[in-house]
Design a protein around this ligand. Structure first.
Ligand code: FAD
Length: 436
């Protein structure tokens, strides 16, 4: 029989990774305690936010019945912006209009609350407004956590750190080092309210349909980063994020807030958001170090899931997708070990790393392992090329008295003058290396 303050597992954090982990274990009958420092799950979380259905479906197959979903995505736009124009691609498919839908916009505060209600229904105990201060160790085995407030010391066979990108606990315990400014992005976002009908008319979508716009170029003021605009039911989410190291070294000392304000004034963006009433503004870090920045994620009595482990695939901005998947895989490892009566030692929990390696999580991180370094060392992809592309498009599309062959020559000349032939070939190779 287990003591009243002894659990099979303690999960720190009630974001997507913590909820996925706690839900999966509680559903399998484990005695689970989840501790969240926020007033309620979602109160401390910031997200754009796109929900990737597949990851959640593997945890709660019928989630569509009552999850607070905003719009399913039918169109993805990618824009490269210069000062006053953009060159872009739009992909829209009616296949995305057929259930089961693949991606949705969500409002994190509502979504996390809903997910947490499922965790509690499954039988886990959730304590909010409580911060885990330290891990309790017996030798080198983590045996519990020490909390502020009345929760005090609580014990478990295993502690899952799903405490987000800062993960002070893992750092204090020496499981990973300090956050490097070159491995995280600082993102800011706003939610702008406007009538549903206005959103649908501006984005050319129906009642339930949504659009995602991902942006790069002049909007990040020469820093490595991207912007985004998502359609919710009766609001838009707009945001921009750049590497923290770039904010520190930016010669213009552009603050994230100023960056967002400049982006909102861009002539291609301003008409889409005009009249929107700002109801929420938040800033948050995003892990961007990729494959090489993932620390050791298991040890004696502990595991790391979600942003705390740096699991964000820089190529696709799928943080919550990876968070839910890593949370589930951590839970499945614990469930299997428990069923086999194995102790929660490093040797047992290494099965977690094996599961991660087998999954898309590590495969994708590995595939794009060179991307963070390549993009960081080559700011021209975010500065020079958006300019060149916009200029080329304008030259070719503007109808004047100049023949097309002369225009084509002019475009090639502007590329060669700006980047030289070797520079262009080198950039193409670098891009191939980053995305191969
Ligand atoms: P979090 O969601 O950060 O949750 C960690 C939780 O732990 C928090 O609730 C926190 O309060 C709690 N906690 C921390 N320390 C303690 C402690 N000591 N004691 C108790 N509780 C603690 N991802 C997408 O998939 N799609 C998107 O569109 C998207 N857009 C984004 C836009 C922005 C601006 C940002 C910043 C991120 C975006 N992401 C997106 C990434 C996504 O938000 C994260 O990857 C995801 O939230 C990670 O989930 P998590 O559970 O690991 O961490």
């Amino acid at each position: 029989m287990t003591a009243p303050n002894k659990f099979d597992a303690i999960v720190v954090g009630a974001g997507p990774s913590g909820n996925a982990c706690a839900y999966t274990m509680a559903k399998a009958g484990l005695k689970v305690l989840q501790i969240e420092r926020g007033e309620y799950p979602g109160s401390k979380n910031v997200q754009g936010a796109i929900l990737y259905a597949d990851a959640l479906e593997r945890i709660i197959p019928d989630f569509r019945e009552d999850a607070p979903l905003e719009r399913h995505i039918v169109e993805q736009r990618m824009w490269m912006l210069d000062e006053n124009s953009f060159v872009g691609t739009h992909f829209r498919s009616d296949d995305y209009n057929k259930p089961p839908y693949n991606r949705y916009t969500i409002i994190r505060a509502q979504f996390d609350k809903w997910f947490s209600s499922k965790v509690r229904e499954a039988g886990a105990l959730l304590i909010c407004e409580t911060t885990v201060k330290h891990l309790i160790l017996d030798g080198d085995q983590v045996v519990g956590v020490q909390c502020d407030r009345e929760a005090g010391d609580v014990y478990a066979d295993v502690v899952v750190l799903a405490d987000g990108v800062n993960s002070t606990l893992a750092r204090k315990a020496g499981f990973h080092g300090d956050i490097q400014a070159g491995n995280v992005a600082l993102a800011v976002k706003e939610i702008l309210f406007m009538p549903e009908e206005t959103i649908q008319a501006r984005f050319n979508i129906g009642a339930e349909e949504g659009v995602v716009i991902e942006m790069m170029g002049k909007i990040t003021d020469g820093m490595l980063g991207t912007g985004f605009l998502y359609t919710n039911k009766d609001s838009l989410t707009i945001g921009v994020g750049c590497m923290l190291s770039d904010f520190k070294s930016n010669p213009n000392k552009t603050s994230p807030y100023v960056l967002l304000e400049q982006m909102k004034r861009h002539p291609s963006i301003a008409p889409l958001i005009a009249g929107g009433e700002m109801k929420e503004y938040c800033a948050h870090l995003i892990p961007e170090g990729g494959f090489y920045a993932v620390p050791k994620v298991h040890g004696n009595g502990w595991m790391i899931a979600g942003d705390s482990g740096g699991f964000v695939n820089a190529a696709h901005r799928e943080g919550s997708n990876l968070a839910m998947t890593t949370g589930r895989l951590a839970a499945e490892t614990i469930i299997e070990a428990k069923a086999a009566g194995r102790p929660m030692t490093e040797a047992t929990l290494k099965a977690y790393r094996a599961r991660l390696d087998e999954s898309f999580v590590m495969k994708d991180l590995h595939k794009y392992r060179d991307m963070p370094a390549v993009l960081h060392k080559n700011p021209q992809f975010f500065t020079t090329y958006p300019d060149l592309l916009a200029r080329a498009a304008k030259t070719m599309i503007t109808v004047d008295n100049v023949d097309k062959k002369t225009k084509q020559r002019e475009v090639f000349r502007s590329f060669r003058q700006t980047r030289s032939l070797t520079g262009l070939v080198g950039d193409a190779f670098k891009l191939w290396r980053a995305f191969r």
